[in-house]
Write a protein that binds this ligand. Sequence first.
Ligand code: GDP
Ligand code: IMO
Ligand code: MG
Length: 425
Amino acid sequence: MPAIAIIGAQWGDEGKGKIVDLLAENVDVVVRFSGGNNAGHTVVNQFGQFRMHLIPSGIFHPNVICIIGNGVVIDPAQLLKEIDALKESGIEARNLYISDRAHLIMPYHILQDGLEEEARGSRAIGTTRKGVGPAFTDKTARMGIRICDLLDAGDFRKRLSFVLEYKNRVLTRLYDVQPLSVDELCETFAHFRERLAPFVRQTDAIAREALSEGRKVLLEGAQGTMLDLDYGTYPYVTSAVSGAVSLGLGMAPTSIEQVVGVFKAYITRVGGGPMPSELHDDCSEMLRERGHEYGTTTGRPRRCGWFDAVVGRYAAEVNGVTGVALTKFDILDTFETVKICTAYELDGSTWKKPPASSELLERCKPVYEEMPGWQTPTDRIRRLEDLPRQARDYVRRIEQLIDCPVSLVSVGAAREQTIPVRKIV
Ligand code: GDP
Ligand code: IMO
Ligand code: MG
């Protein structure tokens, strides 16, 4: 039962979209199992450059079934926009299936996301304001509305009327904003129902059947371990469990054969929260400009820093990473020296694991190891042995520090700009 999970091992934006598009060539099913359209997965292939928010990055392979699983929260307007944009580029979402159990992001969730961020003031999380947090909150509060509720107009109105009565009280009394109208929402969602109904399936059953028939299933993680609700830098995290391979899909954990951890060769983060090896100097600017480190979803500049092996080892352990996809390696090509954070120093003691408290992590000072750079372009290299020695040393050092083998090195955004090291699929 070969399922392969692709997970973000840092603070998101590690290049998961590229890796999924690349590996999808050899699989039968690709599933998004967590997050929402806070994710922005960039794919560069023969069809162009695409920013995927909800649709799995396997969609470019016509024979691959793409599933938006029950662990994802879905903004129907955004999903339709994405389906239409793909169609304009000649990509039909013919094999796209949406879970009937997935929760909807409703207009009040988007409103709440913005209002809650404003209310947090200087302690704002820096969310994408897509309504993802409030939608997951309602899911656990048993106040959510699901895709299966959307399918029946009568049931939808009943469920919405019940939920909106409470929501409108929050909107008007707590935030002093206008209430939303059941009739107007029902009208908008009637259009979503009509367009999305053909995509809805019991996707968990489809995935289980594929696995039982021995077909290969790729699980496309969103966000990253350090943004995980449990394992990340709480409260500066997102609302879904993204790091530990979550089963927002409906399959046994034993069906996961491999876990590919996607790590950038340095680190980035968008939004607030601690990041011990963050840089505030020319190197940070160089990483941002060479790496085009601006958010795929919000366009915000990403904070940049040296590779953090404390986070790296932790993410590898938490997720049970069996192989590393080391991305954006080419971005380091011009540096005279490169650094790796190997430990944190806090009040005179050394930390080899990130502390749970964001307040403590904020005060952690990175301990660096410095290595000579390779100062040679790597974007055209396709074999590990052709990398300059210093570059190979850097790869090997990361393997040692996070105690995990590297399966591939990515040296550019395009599919072919990849150095395979160990077979994944
Ligand atoms: P994701 O959210 O993990 O899928 O990552 P994003 O798409 O948000 O951010 C990764 C960015 O790096 C995108 O612009 C990719 O096109 C780009 N990218 C991915 N891998 C590489 C690589 O190896 N080298 C370079 N130069 N760019 C890459
Ligand atoms: P991909 O899948 C990077 C961050 C936001 C913010 C925090 C909470 O492309 O790697 P949210 O809107 O989720 O409530 O925001 O999480 N965040 C991401 N950062 N990549 C992502 O996704 C992210 N998804 C959420 O910037 O700090
Ligand atoms: Mg992204």
